[in-house]
Write a protein that binds this ligand. Sequence first.
Ligand SMILES: Cc1cc2nc3c(=O)[nH]c(=O)nc-3n(C[C@H](O)[C@H](O)[C@H](O)COP(=O)(O)OP(=O)(O)OC[C@H]3O[C@@H](n4cnc5c(N)ncnc54)[C@H](O)[C@@H]3O)c2cc1C
Length: 402
Amino acid sequence: MFIRTVEHDTSLDKFRAEVRDFCERELPSVIREKQKRGQHLEKHEYISWLQRLGSRGWNTGKWPKEHGGLGWEPAQFLAFQEELGRAGAPPLMSFGPTMAGPVIYTFGNEAQKRQHLPGIIKGDLWWCQGYSEPGAGSDLAALKTRADRDGDDYIVNGQKIWTSTAHWADWMFALVRTDQTAKKQEGISFILIDMKTPGITVRPIIGITLGHHLNEVFFDNVRVPIANRIGEENKGWTYAKFLLANERVGNVDVAKVEGNIEQIRQLMAETREAGKPLSDDPTFNRRLAELEVGLATVKALMADQLAAARLSGAPSLMGAAALKLRGTELQQGILQTGLDVLGRHGMVYQSDALHAGWNGEMIGPESSADVIYEHLYRRAATIYGGSSEVQKNIIAKGALGL
Ligand SMILES: Cc1cc2nc3c(=O)[nH]c(=O)nc-3n(C[C@H](O)[C@H](O)[C@H](O)COP(=O)(O)OP(=O)(O)OC[C@H]3O[C@@H](n4cnc5c(N)ncnc54)[C@H](O)[C@@H]3O)c2cc1C
């Protein structure tokens, strides 16, 4: 492995200080406190923070200037994420800024850009991703939700599954089948659906964390204007892949991962075994050092992919796959270490402690519920955004030129 040397950039230091000051002033104490305790935020709390970031254009700082972004270099974006993480701010939202927005400004028409980009930049609206279906996850092109033309509308029928935060969403970007006879990748269109449209039912799926994050979404004769289709009919697969590459680069929030490492360091200092803190234990220290090296590697990979996105509009599918694979495996390695530091306390998952107002007694260290929640939730990191096996297939095909 080679080590990069980076020249010290004083303008970046100034920017970091600006972000720190902003967080100090603008991050509401209730959000800061909840973040510190690992407690779940309400939608209005999250939105109010995103709107504050939006007032500076910071939700979409890495977008090109001609689309309303600030044209940030990768280093500036990474510095921004790090400072947010260190200030205890919630992670950036990716559905609008990283996924929907770039598809809309790259492939959408002027009316669509006018309608949707300001809401994403300002942080006003919540988006969700309607890709996966029962029977169409890794084999996404097998999706069956159909959109049939009727005058100026499509009539959408079918089902999406594993739709993260659909219960909060104002809009969904969705893949639908608009040609039943074409080869499967060729009959798909990319449409934007207003979640208030009659005929949409959102049902919760309670996962391993016992929290409500995932949903099933049912469409029963849902009318969606044809004007809400992005790009050409039946060409949605191209836009879908563009979005997936962006999504995979955003799958690992380096600030969050850095925060997890810091949390483990504190836990090691607090936890005593045989009269000594675990921070004196050479085995745990070695693990921590390896994880820190892993994080540096992932940051370098991410900077490369963000740079590729600046040059050619999107990261490469293969590069994004490598980053997603490395980043999510690292994340799981870090969280497993957290669980190992918790030791026997890791067997008690007090999920109620993650809700505001809980005043029970914590068994084990203060942060145990958060550490266990993250460990459980991020088991899915090697599944969502495309499973690790699928990423390996993409890398292998790219490397072999298939
Ligand atoms: C927490 C979470 C959040 C999610 N959020 C969203 C969301 O917001 N929107 C959305 O649309 N989807 C979302 N998903 C769905 C996610 O994208 C799919 O779960 C994922 O693509 C895998 O699909 P699947 O679950 O159908 O598994 P399957 O495709 O059935 O895969 C099952 C197993 O088979 C393996 N496998 C399948 N095909 C191959 C192959 N060709 N080669 C090698 N191995 C293979 C997989 O790696 C996996 O281990 C989310 C999932 C989770 C867990």
